[in-house]
Design a protein around this ligand. Structure first.
Ligand SMILES: [Zn+2]
Length: 270
């Protein structure tokens, strides 16, 4: 079984936290001291002020820093893309039919379409997209991406994914973030289906799915999207018991390890 990077990180976190707690208890604090501390109402106040509040502040700062980095990197990458001065005729016709705005066309034969930009989202499509898709398929792609633009999907997706990365010790957040992304893709497909019907959406999904990596905006979550297009009932997705157990364990473990660290560093009689 191949572990995901987040799973390896979580296992490392559990091992590290357990080591900190064990070393702290055996070296600095007896377990009774900690229990006596928590038995007093003011003990919980001290834990909150010295551990929980700084931990929350650190998590918030780390999330904002990671989010800024991810959005800036994406923005720089998009700004570096070569842009076509004049849009291909078929793309211009599709824009006129759908009324979709803020579209940039990049040269190249590979069919690509994605939505990008946190503050002013825009749609980037390739020259190859207009060449490879039929008129209605092209309309379907623009309508799908336009739904992402209206929902501020690039910013929302970056915010949820980076929050899941920073709060890696709460794995339910990563699960929720992935489900949220899948729902966003399904809703964008629904918006396209309402205007052009399911066939062009399915055909565009096939063309783009076979030509671009799974992370690109119009690909991924393929099984769910195909099921929706076919009118099949979508599977109910629930987190596994192991995921719930890991999340229930993660937060208290982070707080316990933080408490031990603070007590060890400051050597305070709490
Ligand atoms: Zn999409």
């Amino acid at each position: 079984m191949r572990l995901e990077r987040s799973q390896v990180l979580f296992v490392g976190f559990v091992a590290g936290a357990a080591a900190i707690i064990t070393v702290s208890i055996t070296t600095f604090v007896s377990p009774w001291t900690a229990l006596q501390l928590l038995a007093r109402p003011q003990g919980w106040g001290q834990v909150f002020m010295r551990v929980v509040a700084p931990l929350l502040a650190f998590v918030l700062a780390a999330w904002l820093a990671r989010l800024s980095f991810v959005l800036t990197r994406a923005s720089v990458a998009v700004r570096r893309l070569p842009r076509m001065e004049e849009l291909p005729d078929r793309l211009s016709s599709s824009i006129a039919r759908t009324g979709v705005e803020r579209i940039t066309c990049v040269p190249g034969g590979v069919p690509i379409a994605f939505c990008t930009g946190a503050v002013r989202p825009e749609i980037v499509v390739s020259e190859g997209l207009a060449e490879r898709l039929s008129d209605r398929e092209l309309d379907a792609v623009l309508l799908h991406e336009n739904h992402h633009v209206k929902q501020w999907e690039p910013a929302v997706r970056a915010a949820s994914e980076t929050a899941a990365q920073v709060l890696f010790f709460f794995p339910l957040l990563r699960w929720w973030s992935r489900r949220r992304t899948e729902e966003a893709e399904l809703r964008a497909d629904q918006a396209a289906i309402r205007k052009v019907g399911p066939r062009p959406v399915a055909a565009a999904l096939c063309t783009l799915g076979s030509a671009v990596p799974a992370e690109a905006a119009f690909a991924g979550v393929a099984e769910l999207r195909v099921a929706q297009l076919l009118g099949d009932p979508l599977p109910v997705r629930r987190p596994t018991l192991a995921l719930v157990a890991a999340s229930v364990l993660g937060f208290p473990l982070a707080i316990a390890a933080g408490t031990c660290l603070v007590m060890a560093i400051s050597r305070l009689e709490m």
